[in-house]
Ligand binder design. Structure first.
Ligand SMILES: [Zn+2]
Length: 267
């Protein structure tokens, strides 16, 4: 919970934010380049010439990038890669795992795709005869032709998830406000990529609709956290005591939110 108070002199803008980054979006594809066999595997890499005097390596989702001084030959480049081959192979494996994890978590926006709601994975069921979006046991039935296309399906389901989030927040904000004895001036949904919630100096609370993916106690912790900021606009000891008054089991939910942040797809 590293939300930092922004003190920029504008009380309307100063917000304490509950910062929890989602997976960053993948970088653009790398240009295609040569390849080399290292550690028993053919590895493609992309080259960038630089004015620097040394050979540098970058490894990310896109694979291996090599930055070389202008005068370095292909043989020298390959020798430098081989010298670092064990490290490169290890880093590439790490990134591959990261990408696979992200691919596993990403929703397939099609019939049979999975969407998590209140901590439970539900299955998308497209049905041209159905109306709107409805919950049917473990299925989210979407009134849409099965070949509607991922974009339309995602927009429709996101809209529905936002309605679910709004309804849940609307039922819980008054509960924690009553416990505190103070209500926010207003609250609204946010779709920020990097924070779960925020509270401004003038008592405006924003809650990320993507919280709807989590179990209700985790969502409650975030709501209690932001409501507690109405009294303590800081993250000091008195703030955490207030959170504890509002939601005694907060530490468990907080740990879960931290651990789970990487397991919620940001799509
Ligand atoms: Zn906070």
């Amino acid at each position: 919970m590293t939300g930092a108070a922004r003190r920029n002199g504008d009380p309307g803008q100063a917000a304490l934010q509950l910062t929890l980054p989602f997976f960053a979006p993948p970088p653009p594809p790398a240009p295609t380049g040569p390849s080399i066999r290292i550690e028993g595997e053919v590895v493609g890499y992309w080259l960038r010439r630089t004015k620097r005097r040394t050979i540098g390596f970058t490894i990310d989702d896109r694979g291996l990038g090599v930055t070389i001084p202008r005068w370095v030959s292909k043989a020298e480049t390959e020798a430098a890669i081989r010298e670092k081959s064990r490290w490169i192979a290890r880093q590439l494996a790490r990134w591959r795992e990261h990408s696979e994890q992200r691919a596993r978590l990403a929703t397939r926006w099609e019939d049979g795709g999975k969407v998590r709601l209140f901590g439970t994975d539900l299955v998308l069921a497209l049905d041209a005869q159905a109306r709107g979006v409805t919950l049917d046991g473990e299925r989210i039935v979407v009134g849409m032709a099965p070949d509607a296309g991922p974009e339309r399906l995602r927009n429709r389901v996101h809209g529905w998830l936002q309605e679910q989030a709004r309804a849940y927040f609307a039922s819980r904000v008054p509960v924690f406000s009553a416990r505190l004895g103070k209500a926010p001036q207003r609250w609204s949904l946010s779709s920020a990529r990097t924070r779960w919630g925020s509270c401004t100096r003038d008592g405006a609370i924003r809650l990320n609709w993507r919280l709807i993916h989590f179990r209700s106690d985790v969502i409650d912790y975030v709501i209690a956290h932001e409501i507690a900021h109405l009294r303590e606009l800081n993250h000091g000891a008195r703030f955490w005591a207030t959170v504890s008054d509002l939601f005694p089991d907060f530490e468990k939910a907080r740990a879960e939110l931290r651990a789970a942040s990487d397991t919620v797809a940001a799509d």
